[in-house]
Design a protein around this ligand. Structure first.
Ligand SMILES: Nc1ncnc2c1ncn2[C@@H]1O[C@H](COP(=O)(O)OP(=O)(O)OP(=O)(O)O)[C@@H](O)[C@H]1O
Ligand SMILES: [Mg+2]
Length: 305
């Protein structure tokens, strides 16, 4: 048995599953979280995607602002960050930061079109500083979206620097003296984002995995994601090729044989194009995947076979 993915997941605190829409990110993240919890690790799964997928897959309502204990799995909790609700938290924090200074910053930031994403990201960042759980599994949104999220702390970092600089100039011009507390808060925010970026690209802490199907479009999207992540100093650690048709089900069925032959062609292409990246193939199951027992079945393919 190839234990690369198993060791990776056990050794890293923050686990990410990215990839094109609909390829099985939530399934892999949720199965991984169950497997870690079953292996006695205190585990939290966080969705940064504004959908109800986590609640559906665990067959239980998962909180949007408060962490929810998953009833039937010991050691497992979940949170489904709702960007709309997160905006409130984000806004509150900004307001807190700004209270000593009548500032444009709060209204500027909270009224930008991407304020919701920023707010979700802001919450996401707070989990990169977690010291309560052994593992935090992130069910990220589709690739383009995820990358925008990832690029945010970089922008933020520059933004904070500018704010700090501007604040100094403004307060000097206005002769304000009581500005130090506010500057201090901005500095702390900047440090917080810088730290988050460090955690994301620190291979001892974080593991990025991409999920794809053995098909043309997901392969192209994966290639782009690998390059984009590399630009942020993040190496993709494993490719999970999902929904591979097992040869034993073919039994002379021309339709399945045709599909399998197509998949084989793309599996060959994946082997060549991503030959540096360890890969795990997961079979297409006879049903869709929800509920803890089916997640455990997927986890066995991921970590035990
Ligand atoms: N190996 C598999 N065998 C059978 N069905 C699968 C398998 N993997 C995933 N599925 C099913 O495929 C569908 C899509 O999976 P999932 O929701 O995990 O994808 P996703 O990448 O998270 O999608 P989105 O981009 O919308 O968040 C689900 O209905 C899931 O049950
Ligand atoms: Mg999903």
């Amino acid at each position: 048995m190839d234990t690369t993915l198993k060791r990776l997941v056990e050794d890293r605190k923050f686990l990410f599953f990215g990839g094109k829409g609909g390829v099985g990110k939530t399934t892999m993240a949720a199965a991984t979280a169950v497997w870690l919890a079953d292996s006695d690790y205190d585990t939290l799964i966080v969705a940064t995607d504004p959908t109800v997928s986590l609640s559906a897959i665990y067959e239980q309502k998962i909180g949007e602002t408060d962490i929810t204990k998953i009833d039937i799995v010991k050691n497992l909790c979940g949170l489904n960050i709702n960007p709309k609700k997160a905006t409130g938290i984000f806004q509150k924090r900004l307001e807190g930061m700004m209270q000593s200074f009548t500032s444009l910053l709060g209204s500027e930031v909270t009224s930008t079109p991407c304020a919701e994403e920023m707010a979700a990201f802001d919450q996401f960042v707070s989990f990169l500083q977690d010291n309560q759980y052994d593992h935090v599994v992130f069910d990220t949104a589709p690739t383009g979206h995820t990358l925008r999220e990832l690029s945010m702390p970089f922008d933020w970092s520059g933004y904070m620097s500018n704010q700090i600089k501007n604040r100094k100039e403004v307060s000097a011009a206005l002769g304000l003296i009581d500005d130090e507390g506010m500057l201090d808060n901005l500095r702390k925010e900047k440090e917080r984002y810088d730290q988050a970026v460090k955690s994301l690209s620190d291979e001892r802490l974080s593991a990025f995995n991409l999920v794809l199907l053995p098909e043309k479009l997901p392969i192209e999207e994966t290639a782009r994601a690998v390059d984009d992540l590399a630009r942020f100093g993040i190496r993709v650690q494993t490719l999970i090729v999902n929904e591979v048709i097992p040869p034993e089900v073919l039994k002379g069925n021309w339709f399945l044989e045709r599909r399998r032959a197509t998949q084989e062609k793309y599996l060959g292409e994946i082997a060549i194009r991503f030959n540096d990246t360890p890969r795990r193939d997961i079979p297409l199951l006879e049903t869709d995947v929800y509920g803890v027992e089916k997640l455990r079945k997927v986890a066995r393919f991921l970590y035990e076979q």
